[in-house]
Design a protein around this ligand. Structure first.
Ligand code: HEC
Length: 221
């Protein structure tokens, strides 16, 4: 290493003369960088490259962001089968609804009907007997004399709940099956359920019967 150069004014300020300071300042001022020299136009290649990137990022988000929907980004979401969940009502529950909407006015909440006018369903041999006859009664209605638990009824008529001319009702197989299953399980009745398939089967045979009377019903199994 060589000895410190004492001729250099930066190393020994006391040794600096006015002339050397001025010369140094002049030199510094003279080499002051031009401010404008910092602002150079961005190379066109970069400009295109960045524009391209921004465009690509926008398209990517548009395509794959799922519009930032929380459901789409829920990693814990269970796979959806695609089918809507249909809650199937218990036939007795649906049957009760149907009974209260349509049958209760005549056959009453007790299922005992009204003496001499509306026959009882509680304990009735029609309710607890042949499925085919019972389904026919509800689909086609009933009129004329009918014997229920030893008493004869004939003053009023039972409306039809199937699609029959003159009837305001058009119950589905499911509704007819449900209401009959309900009445076969209420008020101490203990008969089996009536399936919608059975109702459909009887409905298909319906045309064979001209009128729903006790006499016609007794010809059925
Ligand atoms: C407008 C009153 C009325 C309504 C509503 C009515 N019924 Fe009847 N129902 C009668 C009458 C009247 C008879 C007897 C008909 C006859 O005398 O021929 C009868 C007979 C019956 C019978 C055969 C006889 C018996 O007592 O077992 C059944 C079963 C029956 N109805 C079930 C129903 C059901 C189920 C509903 C509702 C879906 C219903 N009825 C709605 C008036 C009604």
């Amino acid at each position: 290493m060589s000895a410190p150069d004492n001729q250099d004014p930066r190393l020994d300020q006391a040794a600096a003369s006015d002339a050397s300071l001025l010369a140094a300042h002049e030199k510094l001022l003279g080499t002051q960088p031009d401010e404008k020299a910092h602002y150079a136009l961005m190379p066109l290649v970069l400009l295109f490259a960045f524009s391209g990137l921004i465009f690509w990022a926008g398209s990517y988000l548009n395509r794959y962001s799922g519009h930032f929907d929380a459901k789409i980004f829920d990693e814990n979401a269970l796979p959806h089968s695609g089918a809507d969940v249909v809650v199937k009502l218990d036939p007795v529950v649906l049957g009760k609804k149907q009974y209260e909407a349509a049958c209760i006015t005549c056959h009453q909440a007790t299922g005992n009907g009204q003496p001499g006018v509306y026959p009882p369903l509680a304990g009735s041999e029609w309710v607890n007997g042949s499925e085919e006859r019972l389904i026919r009664i509800v689909l086609r209605g009933l009129k004329g004399k009918v014997l229920v638990m030893g008493a004869e009824y004939s003053t009023a008529a039972m409306p039809a709940f199937g699609q029959v001319a003159g009837s305001g009702y058009n119950w589905s197989d499911e509704k007819v099956a449900a209401v009959l299953t309900y009445v076969r399980q209420q008020w101490g009745n203990k008969s089996g359920l009536i399936s919608p398939e059975k109702v459909a089967e009887i409905r298909a045979k319906e045309a064979a019967m001209k009128e729903c009377t006790q006499e016609e019903l007794m010809k059925l199994p």
